[in-house]
Design a protein around this ligand. Structure first.
Ligand SMILES: [Zn+2]
Length: 445
């Protein structure tokens, strides 16, 4: 069992749910867990001692809604609204994705997330079997799922091969990698599903004690379409079909109504805020301030790189802070502490990882070291505000998951980054992705 003592860094802790700091402290890691945090050097011996003077240790970040292989689709369809973006830009390319593309897109996402301080993410994509092997090999944590697409409505649930595949994926991969990989159930959205499929699938989720990952009221159009189809909101539709009987992660929640907020809160649903994606697609704003006021469960996500166009949780924290203050005209809504909760411990809880999400003795050693010797991080009058308003993902100097360093000072220890970058470019060529319009303007002679 390996052990490591991190010395000289400031350590962001959260005793009794309030953020606090150990200045110039010591953090001991033994095996997968943190076994010491303090201002005084511990008595115990550690195999490795790492000097992190000038750094700040924070808990690793949780990207609670993404579609990792979509890194390959980064940038295409920019400027289209959600329905046209999906049908005209995404679906035609996605139909051509081969297993190797999904593997490469996933590896590209892992590089991007590790180098920006993400230790775990909740993914939703077709054929997650290919992603699962890559994620397992990388040492990261993830909650995966195999969403059930609508398919042939005439088919009974028990005969639906996609539903069977979703359950088989759960049975095969849940708790893989010594519990780093967890499997959830997933329904893409109300508008891509139907009752005869959703009701029995929700029951299977409940009977396995699993979690459910859904898209919910991402746009007004989708929300009103559901009202027109069923005479109820998507939230009420999912409730009536038993989906909310399991722990649920609901991405977006932009077009939710007061009645929806009551239902989501009563059922302990974690609403995942994706501010970049919602603004880029012109979808609108989740009512974050109201939700925080009510004490609802909240987390942060990037959505896929195709609608963002990156996987940068620091940017999501920053945007979430700014847009809700600007929109409400009230600078007191949404504090840095609340945003850090959303980006760390709330994500871990929603993923079913009560042993993760905080720097505390006994918790898993999921640690990010930020290099604070940067002009934009000086002086240190308010560290939480610095993290949300000033820090850049490029300030991440080290990312550790379960006591294992996976990224340090620009180097990836479990992924051949150069090879992945070349493969990603090759995939784009093979998929026939549109050429960069700049390349047609004669700029290169
Ligand atoms: Zn999404």
């Amino acid at each position: 069992m390996g052990s490591m003592l991190l010395c000289g860094a400031d350590i962001l802790i959260r005793p009794a749910s309030r953020w606090a700091m150990v200045k110039n402290g010591y953090l001991g890691v033994r095996g997968e867990v943190i076994d010491y945090i303090g201002a005084i050097k511990p008595q115990a011996d550690y195999a490795t001692v790492k000097d992190l003077s000038g750094h700040l240790l924070i808990p690793g970040l949780y990207n609670m809604h993404t579609h990792t292989p979509m890194t390959l689709l980064r940038g295409i369809g920019s400027g289209l609204p959600l329905d046209r973006w999906l049908r005209e830009a995404m679906f035609p390319v996605e139909a051509r994705l081969a297993p190797d593309d999904i593997r490469t897109g996933t590896r590209l996402a892992l590089l991007e997330m590790l180098s920006s301080g993400v230790v775990s993410f909740s993914d939703m994509y077709y054929e997650p079997e290919f992603s699962a092997a890559e994620i397992n090999a990388s040492g990261m944590k993830a909650n995966l799922n195999r969403p059930i697409p609508a398919g042939n409505r005439a088919l009974a649930y028990k005969d639906n091969p996609k539903a069977a595949a979703s359950l088989a994926f759960y049975d095969t991969f849940n708790n893989a990698g010594d519990g780093r990989i967890l499997v959830d159930f997933a329904i893409h959205a109300e508008y891509t599903s139907y009752e005869e499929l959703v009701r029995p699938y929700a029951l299977d989720c409940l009977q396995r004690g699993a979690r459910m990952h859904i898209h919910l009221s991402e746009t007004v159009k989708e929300h009103e379409g559901c009202r027109a189809r069923y005479g109820k909101t998507p939230t009420r539709w999912f409730l009536d079909l038993g989906v909310l009987d399991s722990p649920v992660i609901a991405a977006h929640c932009v077009a939710v109504e007061a009645e929806d907020l009551d239902i989501l809160q009563d059922h302990g649903v974690t609403c995942v805020h994706n501010p970049s994606s919602n603004m880029k697609l012109g979808s609108g704003f989740m009512p974050l301030a109201t939700m925080l006021d009510r004490g609802m469960k909240l987390a942060l996500g990037t959505d896929g790189a195709a609608s963002n166009n990156n996987l940068n949780l620091f940017e999501e924290m920053h945007l979430a802070a700014l847009i809700h203050k600007g929109k409400s005209g009230d600078p007191t809504v949404v504090t840095p502490a609340q945003l850090l909760d959303m980006a760390t411990v709330n994500g871990a809880a929603a993923q079913g990882r009560p042993d993760s999400g905080e720097l505390a003795v006994g918790k898993k050693a999921d640690i990010v070291a930020l290099d604070m010797r940067k002009p934009h991080l000086m002086p240190r009058s308010d560290t939480l505000a610095l993290l949300v308003y000033s820090a850049q993902s490029s300030d991440v100097a080290m990312t550790m998951v379960n006591g294992r360093v996976l990224y340090e000072s620009g180097s990836f220890l479990t992924i051949d980054a150069e090879r992945v970058l070349d493969e990603a470019a090759a995939c784009a060529l093979r998929l026939g992705l549109p050429e960069d319009p700049l390349s047609n303007h004669g700029l290169n002679g």
